[in-house]
Design a protein around this ligand. Structure first.
Ligand code: FAD
Ligand code: NAD
Length: 152
């Protein structure tokens, strides 16, 4: 099967967009991800899927922690930036929540400790136990057929 056909098919599944963040010592790092899901209510678990070549993968392995920020409709530029699609180095000012870097004004900020990780092909699935979260009102940034979409 062609990679392009697989991506086209997966792109038909409309999602929101998140920025995953972590820190190792003073090194803060962010990466755009739409592979995010809620897993369990008791305990509170979520899942993210990180490509093996992503810098984020090594950093989460080292820190054992990550945060998820669910982007709002006005944060498309941040999504493109943290996907490496804007070729300029910015001095990003993260917000701090539960001692973790997060994206300010996102619809949700949540922090996790890695509960379990599973290597799945060329990605690693990180199941995180949620240690704290906060929620803001607003409209989400959507992603469908490889493009950003308004959800409402
Ligand atoms: P890098 O390329 O190292 O970093 C990304 C960008 O953020 C760079 O420009 C870097 O300079 C900047 N940056 C990071 N931290 C800081 C900081 N502290 N200060 C200033 N700048 C900083 N990949 C997946 O593995 N899983 C997914 O679920 C996923 N979903 C995606 C969804 C969308 C909508 C898009 C557009 C991309 C998605 N990707 C996903 C691809 C992923 O975002 C990119 O491949 C990403 O560049 C790889 O992450 P990295 O850790 O290597 O990031
Ligand atoms: P696209 O058409 O490549 O993506 C459509 C869908 O395909 C995505 O929503 C995702 O579900 C799936 N997908 C894409 N690349 C994948 C990968 N390497 N592994 C597993 N699933 C993947 O959309 P686009 O706008 O061209 O994407 C921009 C860049 O971000 C591309 O380089 C793409 O590979 C990457 N991306 C990676 C993932 C991921 O690793 N899970 C998810 C989305 C986008």
């Amino acid at each position: 099967m062609e990679d392009r056909l697989f991506r086209t098919a997966m792109g038909k599944f409309a999602t929101g967009v998140t920025v995953i963040t972590t820190k190792v010592g003073e090194n803060l790092h962010g990466m755009t991800a739409n592979a995010f899901m809620s897993v369990s209510l008791n305990p509170k678990l979520v899942l993210i899927s990180i490509g093996e070549k992503a810098n984020m993968n090594q950093l989460i392995k080292e820190s054992g922690k990550f945060a998820v920020s669910v982007l709002n409709e006005s944060q498309q530029d941040l999504s493109a930036y943290f996907a490496g699609q804007i070729k300029e180095e910015r001095n990003v000012k993260f917000d701090t929540f539960n001692e973790m870097p997060v994206i300010k004004d996102a619809l949700v900020n949540l922090t996790c400790n890695v509960h379990e990780s599973v290597i799945a092909g060329d990605h690693t699935l990180y199941i995180g136990e949620v240690t704290d979260l906060r929620v803001e009102d607003g409209e989400p940034l959507g992603f469908f057929e490889g493009k950003y979409k308004k959800v409402v």
